[in-house]
Design a protein around this ligand. Structure first.
Ligand SMILES: CC(C)(COP(=O)(O)OP(=O)(O)OC[C@H]1O[C@@H](n2cnc3c(N)ncnc32)[C@H](O)[C@@H]1OP(=O)(O)O)[C@@H](O)C(=O)NCCC(=O)NCCS
Length: 236
């Protein structure tokens, strides 16, 4: 592998990489060798082979890409974890700080890489909505908007909103330790947006930007950061 580093994102960019976890399975052995002892242990805990393979190809490709940015072999990329499990990269290339977040849904993986500011990403395969889901995910205001939608629009709006909320909670690093309604959105706005309220506050919400991912028609996806001026650069 070449060690010449990739150009870092600017402070106004988030690099987004997407790949098919199942298409990478031929690389399994190569990726396996790049994983840490802790990652090997976690891989060993999956009950189903498919999930184990997806975890290994997800982490392997993550390490490969971060290694390209840092000018390091994939196995030398140093990863540590926040209190709620958010992984972060402690390998420091000259002149910038790698921030990243990874998401996977079924066979789709997506990685966001930013320069010095926290980022969150979520992809969701669009699937049937279980009855309890809107109650779990939406605030009362959002549910009112959702219930007024024609049935034909509900599925895409539901997963678009879910991806936005999860991307924001992953940017914070809390995940669902905070409730999904902590970030509240206007469901009438599609694509790029700003939350209406964060923790009930409009002023805090104004600091956030959420960009939509173009992952095809089978997935909804979003990237979020508490920062005003940035845009996505698709890397593949
Ligand atoms: C973060 C969270 C929303 C991810 O849910 P998910 O359905 O696995 O969703 P995604 O596929 O989008 O994200 C998974 C990836 O997010 C990253 N991640 C894990 N915890 C994270 C966190 N707290 N914040 C941001 N990103 C996180 C990891 O890279 C993970 O993938 P990997 O383990 O294969 O590397 C969910 O796990 C959560 O709410 N966690 C926090 C609460 C918790 O359970 N803490 C206990 C662990 S210490």
């Amino acid at each position: 592998m070449s060690l010449s580093p990739l150009t870092p994102p600017t402070m106004q960019e988030v690099h987004v990489w997407q790949w098919d976890l199942d298409a990478c399975v031929s690389e399994f052995d190569r990726y396996w060798k790049t994983l840490s002892a802790q990652e090997h242990e976690r891989a060993g805990n999956f009950r189903f082979e498919l999930h184990r393979c997806r975890y290994v190809t997800g982490r392997g490709k993550l390490r490969q890409i971060l290694g390209h940015y840092a000018g390091l072999p994939a196995r030398a990329v140093a990863l540590e974890y926040g209190p709620e499990g958010k992984p972060f990269c402690t390998s420091r290339p000259a002149g910038w700080r790698i921030c990243f977040n990874l998401s996977h849904s079924e066979n789709t993986a997506a990685l966001a890489v930013s320069n010095g500011f926290e980022v969150g990403i979520d992809v969701e395969h669009i699937r049937a909505i279980e009855e309890s889901m809107p109650v779990q995910v939406f605030s009362a205001r959002e549910r009112e908007q959702f219930d007024a939608l024609p049935a034909s629009e509900r599925q895409t709006v539901f997963f678009e909103t879910w991806a936005r909320k999860e991307a924001c909670l992953k940017a914070l690093g809390t995940g669902f330790i905070l409730p999904p309604e902590h970030f509240e959105f206007d469901l009438a706005v599609h694509g790029d947006t700003t939350p209406r309220f964060v923790g009930g506050e409009a002023q805090e919400a104004a600091h956030w930007r959420v960009r939509a991912l173009t992952s095809g028609r089978t997935c909804a996806g979003a990237v979020a950061a508490r920062r005003a001026e940035w845009s996505i650069v698709e890397m593949n």
